[in-house]
Design a binder for this molecule. Structure first.
Ligand SMILES: [Zn+2]
Ligand SMILES: [Zn+2]
Length: 258
């Protein structure tokens, strides 16, 4: 129960230190506006929501689906192989779900919370700025393939910790492009373009691996940062944690004018 929060704390401290040592935007302050709201996302999305959803799945889905669908396909493999396969499979699932979050109108209403990051706010903490409904969508769509494969908990923990490290780096105030590794691994330079406010179509949907975007033609990596980040119309979104959590729910409720 404490492995992930401890890893999250260690990764956060390491990436925060890197931002101080080699910032991409030296004038961007560490103590900025909206920081406390992002700390609330980090604590809630980084720990309490995950634990709550795991308990909910254990109570509801496991008795219904676990015995029927668990083929234990991966359970005989060595742990390192389970970790590698789980990481690749789960990341591809996340890439696909991230595409849906941009293409399905009601899902985009929730995903806007992540894209509300403005100029001057892009740092490691915002990698956890997303709406809880988005997490429920991710976990539900990932649950069945996971149940089918029967991966060990350690393999899933490897994916969670490695994904957190890459996610923190992607949002960090760092000018890293990863050289030739950019065709495999997502980077701060590449993910900044995912937040481009002027993009007609979103690109760079990768979480850990950029390879999916290069393979499927959704990669976009000019040699300079985007002119501005955010999304069109974001002025209407409230800036604090609680009102921002309610905002998409009100917008998709029937009868609410857009
Ligand atoms: Zn997105
Ligand atoms: Zn992002």
């Amino acid at each position: 129960m404490w492995t992930y929060p401890l890893a999250l704390a260690a990764i956060s401290a390491a990436v925060a230190l890197l931002e101080r040592l080699v910032p991409a935007r030296p004038s961007q302050p560490a103590l900025r506006q909206g920081l406390w709201s992002d700390v609330a996302y980090l604590v809630f999305n980084g720990h309490f929501l995950g634990v709550g959803l795991a308990l909910l799945a254990a109570w509801t889905l496991d008795p219904l689906l676990g015995a029927r669908f668990d083929l234990h396909l991966a359970s005989g493999w060595p742990l390192w192989l389970q970790a590698v396969v789980a990481t690749v499979l789960l990341d591809f699932a996340q890439w696909t779900i991230h595409n849906l979050l941009h293409r399905v109108p009601w899902l985009w209403e929730f995903h806007k919370v992540h894209h509300s990051v403005r100029d001057g706010e892009m740092d490691w903490i915002v990698s956890f700025r997303f709406h809880w409904v988005e997490v429920v969508v991710y976990k539900t769509l990932q649950y069945l393939p996971l149940a089918l494969m029967g991966f060990a908990g350690e393999a899933l923990m490897f994916h969670a910790v490695f994904g957190t490290l890459v996610g923190h780096l992607n949002h960090a105030n760092l000018d890293w492009g990863h050289g030739w590794w950019r065709y495999v691994l997502n980077s701060p330079r590449m993910h900044l373009w995912h937040h481009d406010a002027d993009a007609v179509h979103a690109r760079n949907f990768g979480i850990i691996f950029s390879a999916w975007d290069w393979l499927f033609g959704t990669a976009h990596l000019p040699d300079h940062p985007p002119r501005r980040i955010g999304f069109v119309g974001q002025e209407a979104m409230p800036s604090d944690f609680f009102r921002r959590s309610l905002w998409p729910l009100l917008r998709i409720s029937p009868g609410d004018p857009r």
